[in-house]
Ligand binder design. Structure first.
Ligand SMILES: [Zn+2]
Length: 143
């Protein structure tokens, strides 16, 4: 999860992230491969575009990695820009938004919001095991 937050979006970029799946995937891909692409399977550094937007496919072993793989947005059952919105509010921690309220704002089922919110909370708890630097970069973006 931490790797998502190394890149700081400005307010305008945030607004776009909250309304466009494509922008979210682009954001995730940029954050994930900021230091260059390395295939998780074989270590190859050459890639070509994958099947889904902003995914990358290893030119050697053909393993494809999506922009969301390895992040809390992986296997998300609803639009990723809505998940981004929930993640932002929960992590930012300044506004207490109930899962009912998330459901209303995003036109999602309350249970869907509850499940995702729980997932974020768990990820945040796991952050206790992160290094000081990683934690700082997360706090910086969500303030
Ligand atoms: Zn490979």
């Amino acid at each position: 999860m931490s790797r998502i937050f190394k890149h700081d979006p400005d307010p305008l970029e945030l607004k776009e992230l909250f309304s466009s799946d494509e922008k979210c995937l682009k954001f995730l891909a940029e954050a994930k491969w900021k230091d260059g692409y390395v295939c998780r399977k074989c270590g190859n550094t050459n890639h070509c575009p994958g099947k889904t937007p902003y995914s990358r496919r290893c030119t050697k072993c053909k393993t494809e990695e999506s922009a969301t793989a390895g992040t809390i947005f992986h296997n998300c059952k609803f639009p990723v820009h809505k998940a981004f919105y929930i993640a932002w509010i929960v992590c930012k921690g300044k506004e207490e938004v109930s899962t009912y309220e998330f459901a209303r704002r995003l036109s999602l089922r309350q249970m869907t919001c509850w499940n995702f919110k729980t997932k974020i909370r768990q990820a945040l708890n796991e952050m206790d095991s992160l290094t000081e630097n990683e934690r700082e970069s997360i706090q910086r973006i969500f303030q």
